[in-house]
Design a protein around this ligand. Structure first.
Ligand code: DAK
Length: 261
C-alpha cells in the first residue's frame, strides 16, 4: 500500500505466511500514541492467532521506525492518566506474542521506538538506523523496558551512557553491540527484513514458537531451570506431526512440508 495515500496510522497486510504490520504516521515520525500502540498490538495479535501466518514483521518507514512515545500526548499527563491509559498492558501484550517477530528498522528508533525494536525477536537495521533512549532530555527515563533490555543487550556501561547521556548508536554500533541481527543498505531495509521473516515462516511453526519461548526466557531463569524448561519443550515437539514429517523428509532426502500441527 502507498503510504502517501493511506489514512491508516497502522497498516496490516499479509505477505504469504508473514503478517506485516507497518507504522504509518509520518507527520510524527511514527510516534507511538496510545491509539497507535493499541492498533499496532491488536494487528499483531490478529496475525498471531491466524494459522496461515507463521512469522510477524513490524516495520516503520525509511525515515523513522518510531521516534518514541507521543510526547505531545504525554506532556500534560498525570500518573493516574498513565495508569488508566492501558499502555503498560499493551507492552505486556507485545511480550506475549507467540510467533517470531522481526523488526525492520530504518531511521529513528528512539525512546519507545528503541524499546519496541528490543521487544522484537530479531532486528534488521538499515544503514541509516539510529538507536537511542533520549528520555533524559525531556525530563524522564525509559518506561517500557529500556533500562532493562538495553542493559542485557549492550552491557551496563553503554546502557548507562545511552540512558544518562543520551548517547545514540548508529546501525553499525548496534550490530557490534548485539542489538541488531544485520545491517543492510537503506534501499533494502524492508526487503531484507521481509526475507528474514519469510525464511522463519518456512520453518516448522510449532518448533519456532516453542524455541522463541525458550530463548526469550533464557535471561530470566537460572540455567538449571532454563535447561529443564528447554528439555520439556523439546520433548513436547515429539507430539507434533511436523517432527515426524521433518525427520522423515530428511531421511527421504526431500524438503519437509510442515503443517504447523
Ligand atoms: N512525539 C510526538 N511528535 C514527535 C515525536 C514524538 N516522540 N518525535 C517527532 N515528532 C514530530 C515533531 O514534533 C515534528 O512534528 P511538527 O512539530 O512538525 O508537527 C515531526 O515529528 C518531525 O520531527 P522533527 O521536526 O523534530 O524532525 P527532525 O528530523 O528535526 O528530528 C528527531 C527528528 C527524532 C531527532 C526529533 O523529532 C526528536 O528528538 N524526537 C523526540 C525523540 C524522543 O525524545 N523520543 C522519546 C520520547 S519519550 C510508556 C512506555 C514507553 C514510553 C512512555 C510510556 N508506558 C508503558 C506508559 C516511552 C517514552 C518515550 O519514548
Amino acid at each position: 500500500m502507498d503510504a502517501a495515500v493511506s489514512l491508516e496510522e497502522v497498516v496490516a497486510e499479509r505477505a504469504g505466511a508473514v503478517g506485516v504490520v507497518r507504522l504509518n504516521r509520518p507527520q510524527a515520525l511514527n510516534a507511538l500514541s496510545y491509539g497507535v500502540m493499541e492498533k499496532l498490538v491488536t494487528a499483531l495479535e490478529v496475525f498471531d492467532a491466524d494459522p496461515e501466518v507463521h512469522c510477524l514483521l513490524l516495520a516503520g518507514s525509511e525515515r523513522a521506525f518510531a521516534a518514541g512515545a507521543d510526547i505531545k500526548e504525554l506532556e500534560g499527563a498525570t500518573p493516574v492518566d498513565m495508569l488508566r491509559s492501558g499502555q503498560m498492558e499493551r507492552w505486556g501484550r507485545l511480550r506475549r506474542l507467540k510467533k517470531p517477530l522481526v523488526a525492520a528498522v530504518s531511521g529513528f528508533a528512539l525512546g519507545g521506538g528503541c524499546e519496541l525494536a528490543m521487544c522484537c525477536d530479531m532486528v534488521v537495521a538499515s544503514e541509516s538506523a539510529v538507536f537511542g533512549q533520549p528520555e533524559i532530555d525531556i525530563g524522564v527515563m525509559p518506561g517500557a523496558g529500556g533500562t532493562q533490555r538495553l542493559t542485557r543487550a549492550v552491557g551496563k556501561v553503554l546502557a548507562m551512557e545511552m540512558v544518562l547521556a543520551g548517547r545514540r548508536l548508529s546501525a553499525r554500533e548496534a550490530l557490534a553491540y548485539g542489538l541488531v541481527n544485520k545491517v543492510v543498505p537503506v534501499e533494502a531495509w524492508y526487503d531484507e527484513a521481509l526475507a528474514l521473516a519469510e525464511t522463519v515462516a518456512k520453518k516448522a511453526p510449532l518448533a519456532a514458537q516453542l524455541a522463541k519461548e525458550c530463548v526469550s526466557r533464557a535471561l530470566d531463569m537460572d540455567l538449571e531451570t532454563a535447561l529443564d524448561y528447554e528439555r520439556r519443550m523439546f520433548y513436547l515437539l515429539f507430539a507434533s506431526s511436523d517432527q515426524k514429517e521433518g525427520m522423515k523428509a530428511f531421511r527421504e532426502k526431500r524438503k519437509a512440508a510442515f503443517t504447523g500441527s
